[in-house]
Design a protein. Structure first.
Length: 570
C-alpha cells in the first residue's frame, strides 16, 4: 500500500513539474516574441514617433535628430578656438593664395599681393553634415558651411601706369558645401592614409571691393577684373573636382589627384523660339558653353544676327574629371555690340545622365537662373548633341572625333614615324594635337512618311512634299507631292555624297504645294554623328515650327574615310 501511495505521489509531483516547466517555457517564448516585436517597432520608428514617447527635456545632450543640432557642439568649440585658428590660418592662406592670384592677375595690373590678411572675429557656422560611403576603402564627408565674415583683407595692386592702390575686400558672404574624403582606410591610427578636401558646391559668394581713400570706379574695368580674378582663382584651385591632398601616413597617394577621365564632345546645333531682347528687329544670339567656368575652358559660338531661330552647327570638346558630379552649362546671350550682352536664358546637362559612347540628342528649355528657378517664363530652347567618351573604353566604341578614327593602318604607320613609335603617347596629348578629322561617305536618306501634319488648305487638307538639303554643300533633293493628305507616304530614297560628315547637317523642310505657290510648314534638322557611329537607323522627328507633325526617316551611311591635316575648328 505504501508503495502504491509513493508511486501516485511521485507521478503527481512529476506531472506538476512538467506542467510548470511547459508553462514557463511558453511564457519565456511569449516574452521573446514580444521583445522581438518591440525591437522591430523601434526599428521602424521615426524621429516624430520618438518625440511623442519622450519629451525633449529628457534627451541626453548627445542625442539629437537634425543636422543643425548635430553640429551645435562643433560650432560652439569653433567659436571658442577661432581667434587661434585665425592667427594660424591667416599667414598660411596668405602665403598659399598669393601665387594663385599672381597666376590669374589681370593684364592691366603689374602686381597683385596682400598687404593685410586676417579672417576676422566671426567664425564660420556649420549647418549640416552628411556621410557618403561610396567606396569600400574610403569615407566621404560633406559639411555645409555659412559664413558672414568681417575679415580684414587688403590687396596691394599696382598698374602698369605706375598707380598703386590699396583695395579692400569686404562684406564677404559665403555659403557652400565642403567635401572631405578620407582615403584609403587602414588598420593603423588614425585609420586613414590621407584626407582630400574640396569645395563641393558654391551656393553663394558675395563680396565688395573698395579702394581705401578713393573710388575704384576711377579706373574703368578694374573692379570687374579683380572680382573675376578672385572668382577664377577659387574655381580653378579649390572647386570640385579639384581637390587638395593632405598625407597623414607615409604612402603614395597619386591616385587621389585630379586626373582627366574622358572627353565630352558637344555639338551646338541650333536654338528656337528665343525671347527677343531687342526693341527694333530681333536678337543677335550667341552661346557660351562650359563645364568649368574658367576663361581658358569656356567656349563661345559665333553670333547669328537678327535671328530667333539660329543654326550654329558648331562642335566643341571638354575634358572631364568627374562624370558623376560635373555638368555642362549653356548660356545664350543677345549680342549688344559695345554694350554688355544680355542673357536670354541658360540650361545645363548632368553628365551622369549620359550613356558613355552613345550619342544623346537633346532639346533643353532655357531658364533665367540655374540655381533659383522660380521664373516660369518660356525663353526658348537650345538643341545639343552630346557624346561622352571615357578614356579606355573597352566595348569596341571608337570616338569619331578622334584623329585616329579615319586613319588607315598605312596612315598610322606613316604618322607614327620610321621607328613605329606613336608620336602621341597619351589621351591628353591626343586632345591637344588632334587634327581635324574629315569623314567622307554617302548618306542615303529614305523619307518614309509623315504623320499628323497641320491643316493648311481651306478644305482641311494639305499637299505636302519634303525638300532635303545638305547644309555645307547645299545639295538638294525633293520628294513628290502627295495631294490631299495630312499623313502622306513617300517611301523615296535619296543619296548625298558628303565630303565632311562630322561637320555637315541635313535639313528637311516640309512644304505645302499650291497651284500659285507654296506654303512653309516646318523643318527637321539632323547632324550626321549618329548615323556615322551606328551605320544605319530609323527615327521619327517632330516637325519644328509646325503646330503638329512628325517625319519618319531611314538613314544609312556608307563611309569612305580620309584625313586632312588642318587646325581649323568645326
Amino acid at each position: 500500500m505504501g508503495f502504491i501511495v509513493g508511486v501516485v505521489i511521485g507521478f503527481v509531483v512529476g506531472f506538476a513539474i512538467i506542467v510548470l516547466f511547459v508553462r514557463n517555457e511558453n511564457t519565456r517564448s511569449k516574452l521573446r516574441n514580444d521583445l522581438a516585436t518591440t525591437v522591430a517597432a523601434f526599428a521602424r520608428m521615426t524621429v516624430e514617433d520618438s518625440r511623442k514617447i519622450l519629451p525633449a527635456d529628457f534627451y541626453p545632450s548627445w542625442v539629437v535628430f537634425s543636422q543643425r543640432q548635430k553640429l551645435t557642439w562643433l560650432n560652439q568649440h569653433l567659436t571658442k578656438i577661432w581667434p587661434y585658428v585665425d592667427e594660424a590660418a591667416s599667414d598660411l592662406i596668405k602665403t598659399s593664395v598669393e601665387p594663385v592670384l599672381e597666376q590669374y592677375r589681370p593684364i592691366i595690373l603689374s602686381s597683385l599681393k596682400f598687404s593685410r590678411f586676417t579672417l576676422g572675429t566671426v567664425a564660420p557656422q556649420f549647418t549640416g553634415v552628411s556621410i557618403i560611403e561610396d567606396e569600400a576603402d574610403s569615407v566621404t564627408m560633406e559639411l555645409e558651411m555659412q559664413w558672414d565674415a568681417n575679415s580684414s583683407i587688403i590687396l596691394d595692386i599696382k598698374t602698369y601706369l605706375g598707380v598703386s592702390l590699396p583695395v579692400q575686400v569686404k562684406d564677404i558672404g559665403f555659403t557652400g558645401v565642403f567635401r572631405l574624403i578620407f582615403k584609403p582606410l587602414v588598420n593603423e591610427f588614425p585609420c586613414f592614409g590621407a584626407v582630400c578636401f574640396s569645395l563641393r558646391k558654391k551656393k553663394k559668394l558675395d563680396f565688395t571691393l573698395k579702394v581705401i581713400g578713393g573710388d575704384i570706379s576711377t579706373i574703368p574695368g578694374l573692379s570687374d577684373a579683380i572680382e573675376s580674378t578672385i572668382r577664377d582663382a577659387i574655381e580653378d584651385n579649390i572647386m570640385w573636382p579639384v581637390r587638395k591632398i593632405i598625407p597623414i601616413l607615409p604612402g603614395d597617394y597619386s591616385d587621389l589627384e585630379l586626373k582627366p577621365v574622358g572627353i565630352l564632345e558637344v555639338k551646338l546645333v541650333q536654338a528656337r523660339d528665343l525671347t527677343n531682347k531687342d526693341i527694333i528687329g530681333k536678337s543677335d544670339p550667341y552661346a557660351v558653353l562650359y563645364v568649368r567656368p574658367l576663361p581658358d575652358k569656356t567656349k563661345k559660338s559665333k553670333t547669328i544676327n537678327n535671328e530667333l531661330n539660329p543654326i550654329w552647327n558648331e562642335h566643341y570638346e571638354f575634358v572631364i574629371e568627374d562624370a558623376t558630379t560635373q555638368h555642362l552649362v549653356v548660356r545664350i546671350y543677345d549680342d549688344e555690340g559695345v554694350q554688355a550682352s544680355e542673357l536670354i536664358g541658360c540650361a545645363e546637362v548632368l553628365l551622369r545622365d549620359l550613356e558613355p559612347g552613345k550619342v544623346k540628342d537633346v532639346w533643353l528649355n532655357l531658364v533665367k537662373d540655374l540655381e533659383i528657378q522660380r521664373d516660369t517664363k518660356y525663353r526658348g530652347q537650345v538643341h545639343l548633341e552630346l557624346l561622352y567618351c571615357p578614356f579606355g573604353m573597352e566595348n569596341g566604341f571608337t570616338n569619331p572625333f578622334s584623329s585616329n578614327f579615319s586613319m588607315t593602318s598605312l596612315e598610322k604607320v606613316i604618322k607614327s614615324g620610321a621607328n613605329g613609335i606613336d608620336a602621341i603617347e597619351n589621351e591628353k596629348a591626343v586632345t591637344q594635337k588632334k587634327k581635324e578629322v574629315i569623314i567622307r561617305g554617302v548618306l542615303s536618306v529614305t523619307v518614309i512618311s509623315a504623320e499628323d501634319l497641320p491643316i493648311v488648305d481651306l478644305m482641311g487638307k494639305a499637299d505636302p512634299y519634303v525638300v532635303l538639303t545638305m547644309k555645307k554643300s547645299e545639295a538638294k533633293h525633293k520628294t513628290r507631292v502627295v495631294n490631299d493628305s495630312l499623313n502622306p507616304v513617300w517611301n523615296q530614297t535619296f543619296d548625298f555624297v558628303v565630303e565632311d560628315g562630322l561637320h555637315d547637317m541635313l535639313i528637311l523642310e516640309v512644304w505645302d504645294h499650291d497651284t500659285f505657290g507654296k506654303d512653309y510648314m516646318g523643318r527637321c534638322i539632323l547632324t550626321l554623328t549618329r548615323v556615322i557611329l551606328e551605320g544605319e537607323y530609323k527615327d521619327t522627328l517632330q516637325v519644328e515650327g509646325a503646330k503638329s507633325g512628325k517625319l519618319n526617316l531611314h538613314l544609312k551611311w556608307m563611309p569612305q574615310p580620309i584625313l586632312r591635316d588642318s587646325g581649323s575648328e568645326f
